[in-house]
Design a protein around this ligand. Sequence first.
Ligand SMILES: *Cc1c(COP(=O)(O)O)cnc(C)c1O
Length: 482
Amino acid sequence: MTQAINSTQALYRCLPAMDSLLLIPQVMSFIDQQGKPWVKSLLAQMLQDARQQIAKNQSLPSWCLDSSHVAEELAGRIVCAQRQSMTPVINLTGTILHTNLGRSQMCEAAIAAVTGVMRSPVPLEFDMGQGKRGHRDSAISALIHELTGADSCCIVNNNAAAVLLMLAATSAGKEVIVSRGELVEIGGAFRIPDIMAQAGCKLVEVGCTNRTHLKDYAAAISENTAAIMKVHTSNYHISGFTKATEEAELAALCKARGIALISDLGSGALTDLSRFGLSKEPMPQQMLKDGVNLVSFSGDKLLGGPQAGLVVGDAELIAKLQAHPLKRALRCDKMTLAALEATLMQYRNPEALDTQLPIFRKLSRSKAELEQLAHHLVAACTPFHPLFEVRSQASQTQVGSGSQPDVLLDSVSVCFTAKPESQLSLQQLDSHFKAAEIPIIGRITANQLWLDLRGSDNDQQLARVLTQVGKTVAAMSLGGCQ
Ligand SMILES: *Cc1c(COP(=O)(O)O)cnc(C)c1O
């Protein structure tokens, strides 16, 4: 039929009218289920796409030729549009805390807690008989006190927000002293000098990139100084001829001069991580003991909880943060607070963290265990063999999100190399992995596609999805279409 129509104008005349599409019985039943405005906008898009196809290729899409194909095309578009963009994926990129993949996976206790508060009202800021209307961070404050010894805490959306609020509430209109070795960029638009400006503080830089001494700080203190800020250089490492001034020394100086000592710790850990093969992170509880007044850190970095920023420390300063107008703009909702509370409770038993928190479960898996998994998965990968060589190879996993930049954990990857006769490229294989029922996200480097197994949290599921993708690829090698 399309061959008979040879002028573009004639093709345009073949396009059905919207009114007639809306009268097709199957379309009417979609309207009953989904509502007319949305179905009509999908049909309008189909007509628009058809016009483009005529203009570009002088042809008609097949649905224009038969009303039963209209319903089929519409059904396909409805399914596509209803697919949620935030569906689970399997992160085998070799970076455990991947900011672009949402950082932490929650522990089961946090999942249960969030599910509960989603369904019901909760006493977030409500007097339950203790005689006062608590603020929304009070429940967590008590837990933070138990775990870190901090007098009080303030919880906001992320650590960037925590730093902004900490500066605005303690130092707006005044000077804040920072070492030149700590003027970090965390990624995106988070740069210490910019955050200072946003908080209305005047940055006073002291020392040099590699060395800053106590006397540098002392000389910079004026009657306008509100605070000294330490920034944890969590995402890079300077070595060689270096000197940073310790918190305890700075605390004594700040106390003597009547100013605050605040610290942006970022990837804070509440427990010694050397048992998971990680290097020792500075811990908020140690900083408070050393005399730091306020410490801020992320909920979704090494804590393994939801995205959140925690500021812990002196009650008087925390009260200023709680009373600041920015707190209202940056505060967390009940779901985040429930997930954070459940995550923090796991820290009452640090020995069990590697079974409870997904991040430590992944980081603490032995290489032997991963090798065994790789062996099993490679054996299940025979369907790929016509097109790809599949073998296990040693690799290294990084923690990610700027945490522990120097630490690389031994790992094992399943690696795919395209055979010379393969009609599929590694990029196309990667697309197949990403189109799987549960997308698998790997990494292409050195002419191989790597699936780093330290990221797996459900090995059976991974084996199942891998086999499914293998079948799709095998069908293609037999000349299947797509
Ligand atoms: C990660 C980090 C931030 C930003 O924290 P987010 O939770 O990503 O907002 C700020 N400062 C330091 C030192 C960090 O490590």
